[in-house]
Design a protein around this ligand. Structure first.
Ligand SMILES: Cc1cc2nc3c(=O)[nH]c(=O)nc-3n(C[C@H](O)[C@H](O)[C@H](O)COP(=O)(O)OP(=O)(O)OC[C@H]3O[C@@H](n4cnc5c(N)ncnc54)[C@H](O)[C@@H]3O)c2cc1C
Length: 253
């Protein structure tokens, strides 16, 4: 068995992380299913877990004096669902209502969704549309990256050893632009996305589940979906185009 720690402050957490191989854990809704799967196949799971849910600085949504917004990385989907926010956040709040079911939303965090870096992570397209930046910290200091530079590929992020995702930062102008989120799955609820689209009235559109990392529609590289158990690549491309159309129609209406 590995060790378990639950620090109450960011400084303490970063100090523990700098000390050796600790894995941050927030809601555990990605970590524990993966561990159960690995253990079922006989793999040892000795990693040390650093529970970040006790750290106040990592939670909540706030607005700075400059009008820009900050979302703590350990903010739960349920909190995003319930918080009253300007229309730019409508896409993110709609995604919050559709991640898993109520039990998942009560535990799982936005930061966990981003750091897990699944191509089907519902949090990514709404944050791309919001032009979000990721704030990362280690004991040595902090840095910021555009979300598109933070998530590098399937299950790959720019996080280095000793670093935590601390918050997402959203510029004031993006928060005011009405937005929508449309998710297509094999059924209406409790489903992993086949395709999802976020769009805002300023013309930003992002598509997820159609490439290793969700992308801005029309951006270089385009869509590169795969065939998998949920859908074929051709179906995904056609569905993405339809959802983009519907998202734009919805915003125009
Ligand atoms: C039944 C079920 C349904 C689901 N449905 C959906 C769905 O509809 N849509 C969807 O997108 N996802 C879904 N998920 C996946 C999961 O719930 C989400 O990705 C969730 O947001 C993960 O958050 P968490 O806090 O539980 O992450 P955790 O499991 O705690 O962590 C995930 C990863 O991120 C790392 N991490 C977490 N926080 C930080 C941080 N601040 N800094 C650095 N690293 C960090 C961890 O080390 C780990 O690698 C589902 C999962 C389950 C079990």
């Amino acid at each position: 068995m590995g060790e378990y720690r639950r620090p109450r402050g960011l400084r303490e957490a970063l100090s523990i992380l700098s000390d050796g191989p600790w894995r941050p854990i927030a809601g555990g809704t990605d970590i524990f299913p993966a561990r159960a799967h690995a253990m079922a196949w006989g793999a040892p799971t000795p990693e040390n877990l650093l529970d970040i849910t006790g750290i106040e600085e990592l939670r909540g949504v706030s607005r700075g004096a400059d009008g820009n917004w900050r979302i703590g990385a350990a903010t739960r989907w349920a909190a995003l669902r319930e918080t009253v926010l300007p229309p730019g956040f409508d896409a993110l709040r709609t995604a919050a209502r559709q991640v898993g079911g109520r039990q998942i939303q009560a535990r799982a965090t936005l930061g966990g969704n981003l750091c897990n870096a699944s191509p089907a992570a519902d949090g990514v397209p709404p944050l791309l549309v919001l032009d979000a930046e990721a704030e990362i910290a280690s004991r040595e200091g902090s840095r910021r990256l555009k979300l598109g530079d933070f998530i590098l590929g399937n299950r790959r992020t720019a996080l280095m050893a000793g670093e935590l995702l601390v918050a997402l930062h959203i510029p004031a102008h993006a928060a005011e632009s009405p937005s929508v989120f449309l998710k297509l799955g094999a059924r209406a609820h409790l489903v992993i996305s086949i395709v999802m689209v976020a769009a805002n009235a300023a013309g930003r559109v992002a598509v997820g589940s159609c490439s290793e990392v969700a992308r801005l529609w029309g951006a270089e590289g385009g869509l590169s979906p795969i065939d998998d158990v949920r859908a074929t690549a051709d179906y995904r491309v056609a569905a993405a185009a339809e959802l983009v159309f519907r998202a734009r129609e919805s915003l125009a209406a």
